[in-house]
Design a protein around this ligand. Structure first.
Ligand code: DOR
Ligand code: ZN
Length: 346
């Protein structure tokens, strides 16, 4: 197949940041994506609907005039989140979901939840009102190996939460293990999972073998090859519980190429080309639309986009910039380590 027309995709997990960075990265998403779930881990975090509304206004202001893009805002769950603010924000469409960051799990997660029990009253209210919970599924205990943190989170936090509030809609975000895939596939209704572009392409060797490569470091960290294969199988299976959340998470190169570098892969610019490549490799191009454009809205209870985009397979590799400039310095673009031929026709 040399051409593929699909409904306009959405990104169900995206970091846009703020200020100069927002201005530099937003057009790379809004060029091709209709909507995105916007992560609230700013400094300070987006903890209530008033902050979400002002962040949304800053995003809309940074949007190129000829782009149509809807930011789906989220609130950062803390131990003092006001349930009524969440529910009224959801009912007025000011927010689309709430995000659970276990405290200390990742970039700007210090204000996250230390003890999930403290959040149960808010989560119960969210379940009644149908507000989805997006989950960063890693425990943060220093004694748990970083490669095991997702699997341990399922046993210690996610499964008890599901038992306690079975009607809460949960998105297990950026799944990186076969444990996560199995958990989401086999659970009762009401759970879904997002998968990033980069976790379909790299395993942990990309970060660590033959030299340390900070631009492949993100959280949850990429795992062994068997896990990557499980992610590819799930993403390309057609199972509607899995959909794209790029977790495109830009950091300045200076913040990544340092003794203690930030976690995050910036992939919004070439994500669709990478995904078409992966789905073609797996003989599943006919399932790409489900993964990027249909399964996500169905889970969130939103209509799929009416517009379409056209992907074209070029004879020659397409050009992708190695980095994107911001006013504060460059941000390296995710390098899939293979040539890309699928292009999004404008
Ligand atoms: O790699 C990551 N980067 N994982 C996260 O969970 C947060 C993100 C960020 O904000 O940089
Ligand atoms: Zn993220």
């Amino acid at each position: 197949m040399q051409e593929l027309t699909i409904r306009r995709p959405d990104d169900w997990h995206l970091h846009l940041r703020d200020g100069d960075m927002l201005e530099a990265v937003l057009p790379h998403t809004s060029r091709h994506f209709a909507r995105a779930i916007i992560m609230p881990n700013l400094v300070p975090p987006v903890v209530d609907t008033a902050l979400a509304a002002s962040y949304r206004a800053r995003i809309e202001k940074a949007l190129p005039q000829d782009h149509r893009f809807i930011p789906l805002m989220t609130l950062y769950l803390t131990e003092t989140t006001d349930a009524e603010d969440v529910v009224s924000g959801y009912e007025s469409s000011a927010i689309a979901a709430v995000k659970l960051y276990p405290a200390g799990a990742t970039t700007n997660s210090q204000s996250g939840v230390r003890d999930i029990e403290t959040a149960y009253p808010v989560l119960e209210r969210m379940a009644e009102a149908g507000v989805p919970l997006c989950v960063h599924g890693e425990v943060t205990d220093a004694d748990i190996d970083i490669f095991d943190r997702e699997a341990v989170f399922i046993d210690r936090v996610l499964e008890p939460l599901r038992r306690r509030i079975p009607s809460l809609k949960i998105v297990m975000e950026h799944i990186t293990t076969s444990n996560g895939i199995d958990y989401v596939s086999s659970g009762a209704d009401g759970i879904a999972g997002t998968i990033t572009t980069h976790h379909l392409i790299i395993n942990r060797n990309a970060i660590l073998a033959g030299g340390i490569r900070p631009h492949y470091y993100c959280l949850p960290v990429a795992k062994r090859e068997n896990h990557r294969l499980a992610l590819r199988a799930a993403a390309t299976s057609g199972n509607p519980r899995f959909f794209l959340g790029t977790d495109s998470a830009p950091h300045l190169d200076a913040a990544k190429e340092t003794a203690c570098g930030c976690a995050g892969v910036f992939s919004s610019i070439n994500t669709l080309s990478c995904l078409a490549h992966v789905f073609e490799d797996e003989g599943a191009l006919d399932r790409l639309e489900g993964f990027v454009s249909l399964n996500g809205p169905a889970f969130y209870g939103l209509p799929a986009n009416d517009e379409t985009i056209r992907l074209v397979r070029r004879e020659e590799p397409i050009a992708v910039p190695a980095s994107v400039e911001t006013k504060s310095g460059p941000v390296t673009v995710f390098d899939p380590m293979f040539a890309l031929h699928w292009d999004v026709a404008e």
